[in-house]
Design a protein around this ligand. Structure first.
Ligand code: F6R
Length: 369
């Protein structure tokens, strides 16, 4: 049931405040974050983990990339992200002190299931972040941390993505608490951010009308670029993937710092570029770097759509369009920034008369390797 929306995707974008709230529910208290399924693994086992590898495909892998920054920060353990279908071919260095976290909305993605099995055979601790109750991957894993986004019907993943990032953050905070690496201050801040998150996500959903207008004049774009830094980088990749998937428009995401190492050659008159701008309050250094990137591409004719924190006026002279989002701590920015990008893909797909929920050549769950 689309609940009165024109597509499942539109409904699911709108569901995102609930998706994050339901994923957090019961796992956060004044004492910090506690996920019972991780507690069941034993604190000693969690404290002994010396490496985390996140495995996933597509959008779930981008959620993994965002989560990796936070887990590494809070739990002080090296984290890398690998595509499930690449994982075993590199003969990865694994031990009993390795934790593999798989991320999968469906819990049935064959590439990810095979990677989890490979890890299990090598004695690794496997944790599944999954949205589908009792799916194969969570059943096979040592622990399942469910996202509670509700059923996702549209092929293009939206609410599962924000719920996956949320769940990975909860895992990072749980590990940080058990390992004694998380300061009381960081813990309290994160708890407070989770409390205010659903209302901020709602405000991000409310960017729809502004995005719809933008999409109107951009409907015949042949290529769209996305730039981000730090946790904004995977969001740039996700924004590009959404556009490819449902609007069939060539799109690429880049780490903003990578521009001058090649991609800036693509910038020509009128080239649309979305830029995810970190907060000037909390990330002044990154912010000034990104503002410089905007100046560089603007000078070469790019049409810049800047996604900024409300009150950021530094970008105004250089941006053609500005999308404003509520204030949030750095790790919580991506959960807001992705939403206008989801709307953008949906609006361009609609403008081109395409089937938003059922893009060509794609299936909701990829059960072959
Ligand atoms: C993107 C999309 C795909 C999936 C990927 C993984 O919108 O839907 O990239 O994210 O196929 O699927 P799951 O999460 O079910 O393993």
């Amino acid at each position: 049931d689309k609940g009165g929306w024109s597509s499942f995707m539109a409904k699911e974008i709108n569901d995102q405040p609930d998706a994050v709230e339901n994923t957090v529910r019961g796992r956060v208290s004044e004492r910090g974050v506690e996920i019972p399924e991780l507690t069941a693994l034993g604190d000693e086992r969690l404290a002994g983990i010396d490496r985390v590898i996140i495995i996933a495909c597509g959008t779930a892998a981008y959620a993994g990339q965002v989560g990796a920054y936070a887990i590494e920060q809070w739990a002080r353990v090296p984290v890398d992200v690998q595509l499930s279908h690449e994982f075993r071919y590199r003969d990865p260095v694994l031990s009993e002190r390795t934790m593999v976290i798989s991320v999968s909305q469906s819990g049935e993605t064959m590439d990810t299931l095979m990677a989890v099995k490979y890890a299990l055979e090598r004695g690794v601790t496997t944790v599944s972040v999954c949205n589908t109750q009792s799916a194969t991957i969570p059943r096979e894993s040592d622990a399942a941390v469910y996202t509670h986004a509700g059923p996702e019907v549209a092929v293009a993943s939206t609410k599962a993505f924000v719920a996956q990032i949320t769940a990975l953050y909860l895992i990072g905070l749980h590990l940080g608490r058990v390992r004694g690496t998380l300061s009381a201050e960081d813990q309290a801040r994160a708890v407070e951010q989770f409390e205010t998150l659903p209302a901020k996500v709602r405000e991000a959903v409310d960017t729809h009308d502004q995005i719809a207008q933008l999409a109107h004049w951009m409907a015949d774009s042949r290529s769209v670029l996305f730039l981000g830094r730090h946790v904004g980088f995977p969001i740039a990749l996700e924004g590009a993937l959404k556009l490819k998937e449902i609007a069939y428009i060539h799109a690429e995401g880049f780490a903003a710092g990578e521009l001058k190492h090649g991609p800036i050659a693509l910038i020509d008159h009128g080239q649309p570029v979305f830029v995810l701008v970190p907060s000037p309050r909390t990330s002044p250094l990154m912010h000034s770097k990104v503002v410089s990137n905007i100046q560089e591409i603007r000078a070469r004719g790019a049409r810049v759509i800047a996604i900024v924190e409300v009150g950021d006026t530094a970008v105004l002279p250089f941006a053609d369009d500005v999308i404003r989002l509520p204030l949030a701590d750095p790790f919580f920015e991506p959960l807001l920034q992705v939403i206008p990008l989801q709307w953008f893909a949906l609006e361009l797909s609609t403008a081109k008369g395409l089937d938003v929920d059922q893009p060509r050549n794609l299936a909701k769950s990829v059960t072959v390797e």
